[in-house]
Design a protein around this ligand. Structure first.
Ligand SMILES: Cc1ncc(COP(=O)(O)O)c(C=O)c1O
Length: 397
């Protein structure tokens, strides 16, 4: 819960409502960005306070280098890679683009149909791996595609809109059987589920700092031992062992590593706690006529995708925002515009693809946050559905 003071001077004096006190906000949009963890803030502040470029040879540069290599070791250890194969990037969009750029030469590319746009846009025209109605990738279809020649496959560990978990270990085993490489976008699963590159048998992994409680501006591409020679998207000074030139954003990287450590230390009961809060939210939503998308699949404990038949997603987001609750409409693009979700469309959900909101609980979500949603949603749903013509109320196929 966050208290945000009412902005002063909004409107003429006579229009100012009687003092209502600060609005209590409930931030339920963790999959867009997790709140900064205190450990990450402390590491960020400490790194910002010290001068030095990790490439400089003097004592300050060497201290900066030590900070960078500590972060690399932390990240490698947490996600089952060798420190030498951790490439820090600006975030996961860059990590996904770098992986597909570096691993694709000589291979055909297959992308999961529900991948994030940063993956889909990196290889336009690539073949798509279909998913079922819960968003789970069809591994029989994958086996059939893999028989066609050397492949690079990208399959996300957990979907950002529905939380659906993919069978990554099984997909990796299949890829290895056919000599294919598997890139895993682990952005939403990292810090929430056990993700280990070596144990999964994948070839590369993309991570984003701000999705696990670090600051925006740092992410990583982790490569397996079969990694090819560097093929940077950004050539230049040879930083990151030739994989990514440019002075690394050291403070953001230190904050990212601190968030990785903090997430790893989190109570083992945390997923159950979040699943309990999510159950409160889903119960209220289902009671008000919503459909849970992907409910039949194993999902991230913090995520639910709720479709309200006949009601546009952006109307739901705005109504909840006015009630002090922050959620997303599927994947909002940078312009803030809401398009029909390609994820829900790939799941065969038809018109529901533009009628679903994503509720994603942050690491610091409380019972009060879930209760606030459960209290606000039924009246909002009734009001928005009441504004529809009867024909529009029919549940979508
Ligand atoms: C699954 C997934 N992959 C990649 C990204 C891109 O991450 P970043 O914001 O670090 O570029 C996101 C962000 O929403 C995401 O949810």
């Amino acid at each position: 819960m966050t208290r945000i003071p009412t902005p002063p001077g909004a409107g003429p004096p006579e229009a100012t409502p009687p003092a209502a006190g600060p609005q209590v906000r409930h931030y339920l949009d963790a999959n867009a960005s997790e709140p900064l963890r205190p450990e990450a803030r402390a590491a960020l502040d400490a790194a910002l306070a010290a001068p030095g470029n990790p490439a400089s040879v003097h004592a300050d540069g060497r201290a900066a280098r030590r900070r960078l290599e500590d972060a690399r070791e932390t990240t490698a250890a947490a996600f089952g890679a060798s420190p030498a194969n951790v490439v820090f990037t600006s975030g996961a969009t860059e990590a996904n683009a770098l992986a597909l750029h570096a691993l694709a030469p000589g291979r055909q590319v297959v992308l999961g149909a529900t991948e994030h746009d940063s993956v889909l846009a990196a290889v336009p025209g690539a073949r798509r791996l279909p998913v079922d109605r819960d968003g789970v990738a069809d591994l029989d279809a994958l086996a059939a595609l893999l028989a066609d020649g050397p492949m690079l496959v990208a399959l996300m560990a957990a979907n950002n809109e529905t939380g659906t978990l993919q069978p990554i270990a099984a997909a990796a085993a299949l890829c290895r059987r056919f000599g294919a490489w598997l890139h895993v976008d682990a952005v939403q699963a990292a810090g929430r589920e056990k993700i280990d590159l070596a144990a999964l048998g994948a070839h590369s992994l993309a991570l984003s700092g701000h999705k696990l409680g670090g600051p925006m501006g740092a992410g990583a591409l982790l490569l397996g031992p079969e990694a090819p020679a560097p093929r940077p998207l950004i050539p230049g000074g040879g930083q990151e062992r030739g994989w990514r030139a440019g002075t690394p954003p050291l403070a953001a990287i230190a904050g990212f590593a601190a968030a990785v450590r903090a997430a790893a230390r989190a109570d083992a009961g945390e997923p159950d706690r979040l699943a309990g809060l999510r159950a409160t939210i889903e119960q209220a939503a289902i009671g008000a006529g919503a459909v849970v998308c992907g409910a039949g699949a194993a999902r991230l404990a913090n995520t639910t995708c709720l479709a309200l038949p006949g009601v546009r997603a952006d109307a739901q987001v705005i109504a909840l925002d006015l009630a002090g609750i922050a959620v997303s409409a599927g994947a909002a693009c940078s312009s803030g515009k809401v398009a029909a979700s390609h994820v829900l469309a790939a799941m065969g959900l038809g018109p529901l693809a533009s009628q679903a909101i994503r509720v994603s609980l942050p690491w610091n979500a409380t019972a009060a946050d879930a209760a606030a949603f459960a209290a606000a949603y039924p009246a909002i749903a009734a009001r928005l559905r009441g504004a529809l013509a009867p024909a529009e109320m029919a549940p979508a196929a």
